[in-house]
Design a protein around this ligand. Sequence first.
Ligand SMILES: Cc1cc2nc3c(=O)[nH]c(=O)nc-3n(C[C@H](O)[C@H](O)[C@H](O)COP(=O)(O)OP(=O)(O)OC[C@H]3O[C@@H](n4cnc5c(N)ncnc54)[C@H](O)[C@@H]3O)c2cc1C
Length: 262
Amino acid sequence: MEEMVKKYDVIIVGAGIAGMTAAIYAARANKKVLILESSIEGGQIINAISVKNWPGELTISGVDLTRKVKEQAKELGAEFNYTKVEKIEKNGDDWAIIGEGDETFEARSVILAIGTEPRKLSEKQTADAGTRAISYCATCDGALYKNKPVVVVGSGNTAKHETAYLKNIASKVYHIHHDDPIPEDAVAIFVAIGRVPNTEFCKGLVDLDEGGYIVSGEDCKTSVPGIFVAGDCRTKNLRQLVTAASDGAIAATEAIKFLDSK
Ligand SMILES: Cc1cc2nc3c(=O)[nH]c(=O)nc-3n(C[C@H](O)[C@H](O)[C@H](O)COP(=O)(O)OP(=O)(O)OC[C@H]3O[C@@H](n4cnc5c(N)ncnc54)[C@H](O)[C@@H]3O)c2cc1C
């Protein structure tokens, strides 16, 4: 017998702070909410040892902040499921959200809260790197290279911070720019060349800007009615936790209005 596909009022793609805040707002309005996450909850902040600029906490780890926000969303009735969303298609008045292995979920509205990921090395540097370790987080992985030579790739402030951090640990820290040759003796490559939005599967679904960010104003509406966007994956000036949470609240409120007007 064919399995019934469960239908949700709101499906949120991405369980970062934007997505989980959206879930809190939508679930409190008594909507049936599912969050689909490709990895573990928390998104970018999960790796932060000490989170800054989050009101109410002088300092808190990314793991603890994530745990609290997830508990709050679950307590209110939001469901979590783990799959990488690969496609979203119109299905009558609703949306079919298709994950790995063609697993399909149905939604009356969608919130895209898919964040960003680190930009990868160029083809030339990837070839140069060979089988050497590649990391995107010095605080996470730096300790593995005590007294060994490493290299940081990137020209911005993050690359400078990563270099300064690694100087306390490694025997030598090279600091090179995007596309410079990678020194032969470096055993690990720390990449800090910016971030890109996780919006590959959104091409042709909603309008994207030239950098791949989902085009939206402060109302968190996309170019398509019924699909909303929250957090770092949208066009905006400040990508931080509080603005991600703010977007989550706005996107959910707009989704609720959309559902109630149908
Ligand atoms: C190391 C570090 C430290 C930081 N420290 C601070 C700080 O102290 N204070 C501050 O305000 N900000 C900080 N930031 C910035 C802050 O983390 C981000 O602005 C915020 O996490 C953005 O949240 P988000 O929910 O929009 O996106 P993300 O955190 O990127 O979450 C997106 C989620 O979507 C999931 N996802 C992506 N694609 C798919 C898909 N196809 N299917 C299913 N799931 C998908 C991802 O796995 C991820 O869990 C820091 C960032 C980093 C990297």
